[in-house]
Design a protein around this ligand. Structure first.
Ligand code: 3IO
Length: 342
């Protein structure tokens, strides 16, 4: 028989309340809180995929992990995310590979005109490439997922009907995509997406070279009424995590995040491909934009003139101990795999 004295029972009540308080609080407060920095505005696709990843991680860890998202450069900006995540100013960050020329000798292959026609296929192929090579260029980070934009097109204030119309025109791009523009006679001005609204407004650039989602999400359709289809290169992205944050996560959480890597790449690609159509329809409806296709002869000239960029990339890859020909063959193999001939 257990006799509970007055002191003992007071102690028991206190203990029980403590136990209850703890278990109740563990139901409501996450054990792990992670910050996630993103540079473009909340409506754009890198941020849409961020919110989806947050929801999935919180759900799949039963609330053990909570993710604080910071869209629109509210925590780290386009060019400060790489260093910021390395130094732990944010646990997770979104990086556009094209904003860091030379820093990603392998992944930058996706900035080349490779003939990918969808974000879904390019995103899966980029993820496969990363998984296979586990490249040194990301050794200071845990890479959670990767994806790409849809193929790039011209969004301009004046109509670009043939290559002649491009001559000397100042257009916003980044990385190798800026070199694509100079190869075909335009004058590229390299800057992140997040700096583009002001540059367009001020007239520093007369248009941009990116995918059509931004017509709606950045409201560029209002100022760029002419959209010329080139379906050239995509912009690759990486979602990186601070390495010591990663190493401190319990195994079950790591598993949830690892399992999400490829799935998130595919989800983002599919979202993007659908959203490009929505954005074009919205832009036609709201601003009456004109969609222009260039003559076949000009499209062939684009192909020819941008070919040397592939050689350029190979030379740079070689100096980083990357077998460029082998990588290009893999990437072409993935294209055939994920874009079966119609
Ligand atoms: C992009 C970047 C940020 C927000 C929306 C976007 N849609 C396409 C891109 C790719 C791009 O132009 C870039 O600079 O990464």
């Amino acid at each position: 028989m257990i006799r509970i004295g007055r002191i003992t029972s007071l102690f028991t009540v206190l203990m029980m309340s403590a136990v209850m308080f703890c278990s109740v609080s563990s139901l409501y407060a996450a054990e792990i809180s992670l910050s996630y920095a993103n540079f473009p505005p909340a409506k754009t696709f890198p941020c849409v995929q961020m919110e989806r990843w947050k929801v999935e991680v919180e759900k799949r860890t039963s609330g053990k992990v909570q993710v604080q998202t910071y869209p629109g450069s509210t925590l780290l900006g386009a060019k400060t995310t790489l260093r910021g995540v390395m130094q732990g100013q944010a646990d997770i960050g979104c990086v556009s590979i094209a904003y860091h020329p030379g820093a990603f000798p392998l992944s930058s292959v996706f900035e080349l005109p490779l003939g990918y026609t969808t974000s879904t296929s390019a995103s899966l192929a980029l993820w496969d490439l990363f998984q296979k090579h586990q490249p040194k260029e990301f050794k200071k980070f845990k890479v959670l997922t990767m994806f790409t934009s849809a193929p790039s097109n011209l969004m301009t204030k004046t109509p670009i009907r043939t290559l002649k119309d491009l001559n000397g025109l100042e257009l916003r791009a980044s990385g190798i995509l800026s070199k694509i523009l100079s190869s075909i006679g335009a004058t590229p001005v390299s800057m992140p997406m997040s700096a583009t609204p002001e540059a367009l407004q001020k007239g520093v650039v007369k248009g941009l070279f990116s995918s059509f989602d931004v017509l709606k999400d950045m409201n560029f359709a209002e100022i760029c009424r002419y959209e010329t289809v080139t379906n050239t290169a995509v912009y690759p992205f990486a979602i990186i995590m601070n390495l010591s944050t990663w190493e401190g996560l319990p195994d079950d959480v790591k598993k949830v995040m690892n399992d999400l890597g490829r799935e998130q790449a595919e989800w983002t690609g599919k979202y993007m491909d659908q959203h490009v159509n929505d954005s074009l329809a919205w832009s036609k409806e709201k601003y009456g934009i004109e969609l222009i296709t260039m003559p076949d002869a000009d499209m062939n000239i684009i192909k020819e003139k941008t070919l040397p960029l592939i050689e350029d990339w190979k030379t740079k890859a070689a100096s980083a101990d990357i077998d460029g020909d082998a990588v290009l063959a893999e990437v072409e193999g993935s294209r055939a795999l994920y874009e079966p001939a119609k």
